[in-house]
Design a protein around this ligand. Structure first.
Ligand code: PLP
Ligand code: LYS
Length: 418
């Protein structure tokens, strides 16, 4: 969580007052600070690259805005993509196919063919996918995702590495997968696992690397030498004031020292999404309604789980502040309800805030990862704008949808028009 500048009692991001942004672009609006994205990328890249050759595959499912992708392309990042749509976004943003690694789950033949045709390396998730790919081509760069039976994450729904989840090749079958790939004519280049998202502890990553190293060593004894180990993403960030950042330096040291001393592997890949983009972005919303119930004060805002679903979906905590009363002391406890017709549509529960009035601007922190990318049109509400701020300048990077656009894919059969 970032410490934002306070000027004239107002929250300032990237040199621009939040109120100015809302005046110009309306609300709700996602605001991304370009310098923060660049700095986050550097921090994680440096932590690992000073120890061994490192590749950052930014997990673009966290935020696929093309401007964000351009920034990361300029920084030298590579990409973790999960769909042909994400691949297309990255190609359009200037990433060459070899800078993208496709890790799908339950991949259809149509998608496999499309990924092959784009020349993007494939990280295979199942025996079925391997066999189906071999019928399309065996002249393609592949690696395997293993289920390491090590899991971690901020919520049960986002822990991927536990035994028996839908992800990866079961640990006890992974050696056979490599043998089969070689038999089919492939030359597997690496191994991948992802334990889950948003964990704040280093230990699961150490457990993971120990598991991956055991597999790599066994492969080396049968003559299959891998170029890279990809430890996936999942590095959490402090969403609460009293949380501390995970010790990235310790994580990097523990992992890289083991790889270097125990395997022939030459490169580590990390796939951070949240770490790079979450705290770069705030969501600005306007207070439209105040309601006092017998037990609670609600401040009603114009952003609900259609705009940011994490609180409703995972009970996630996002820090909130009144951007136009940024220096004021807290006076009352409010819950921030959204405009969606569901009881669970509460962005923030029981927060101590300055006196909130209609027209105030609420800043929802750490909204850059899995914010816009998980937004929806539920209740027929158009998707919001996104803007980029840098050194006092604001640029629109996504226009909001219009009501008209909500109808563009619907068709009414003519017989219903009679
Ligand atoms: C395969 C893979 N890699 C990387 C990530 C990125 O995770 P995070 O945003 O927690 O770093 C995800 C999402 O959990 C993922 O599924
Ligand atoms: N969407 C989740 C993270 C899951 C990442 C995708 N594997 C979140 O908002 O925390």
């Amino acid at each position: 969580m970032r410490n934002f500048e306070c000027v004239d009692n107002e929250l300032v991001i990237g040199g621009v007052k939040a109120t100015e942004i809302v005046k110009r672009y309306g609300s709700p609006v996602y605001v991304t600070d370009e310098n923060a994205v660049r700095n986050n990328y550097h921090r994680i890249y440096q932590a690992f690259s000073k120890r061994m050759p490192t590749r950052i595959n930014y997990a673009c499912k966290s935020n696929t805005n093309l401007a964000v992708l351009r920034i990361l392309e300029q920084e030298g990042s590579c990409i973790d993509a999960v769909s042909i749509g994400e691949i297309e976004a990255c190609l359009r943003s200037g990433f060459s196919p070899d800078r993208i690694l496709y890790t799908g789950v339950n991949v259809s033949n149509a998608e496999l063919k499309a990924v092959v045709s784009k020349g993007v390396p494939i990280n295979i998730d199942s025996f079925s996918e391997l066999e189906r790919l071999s019928k399309i081509t065996t002249n393609h760069t592949i690696s395997f995702r293993v289920n390491p039976e090590v899991g971690s994450g901020h919520h049960d729904k986002v822990i991927t590495g536990k035994r028996s989840t839908k992800f990866g090749i079961p640990k006890h079958q992974i050696i056979d997968a490599y043998k089969r790939a070689v038999e089919l004519g492939f030359k597997p280049s690496g191994i991948h696992a992802h334990i889950g998202s948003g964990g704040q502890k280093v230990e699961p990553f150490i457990e993971l690397i120990d598991e991956l190293i055991k597999i790599v060593q066994e492969l080396e004894t049968i003559g299959i030498d891998l170029r890279f180990i990809d430890i996936g993403g999942g590095i959490g960030i402090p969403y609460r004031l009293d949380e501390v950042e995970m010790d990235l330096d310790k994580m990097a040291e523990e992992i890289t020292s083991r790889i270097k001393s125990k395997t022939k592997v030459k490169e580590i890949i990390i796939e951070p999404g949240r770490y790079i983009i979450a705290d770069s972005t705030i969501l600005l919303a306007t207070v439209v309604d105040i309601k006092e119930t017998p037990d609670k004060m609600y401040a009603g805002i114009d952003a609900g789980f259609n705009t940011l679903i994490r609180p409703a979906m995972y009970d996630s905590y996002h820090h909130v502040a009144v951007a136009n009363k940024f220096g004021d002391k807290a006076e009352e406890t409010y819950s921030l309800g959204g405009p969606i017709c569901e009881t669970g549509d509460v962005m923030a529960k029981d927060r101590e805030l300055p006196k909130v009035e209609e027209g105030d601007i609420i800043a929802v922190y750490d909204a850059g990862a899995y914010g816009f990318t998980m937004a929806s049109n539920y209740n027929m509400r158009p998707l919001p704008r996104e803007v980029l701020v840098k050194d006092g300048e604001v640029t629109l990077i996504r226009e909001s949808e219009t009501i008209e656009e909500l109808f563009r894919h619907q068709r009414i059969p003519s017989r219903l028009m009679l």
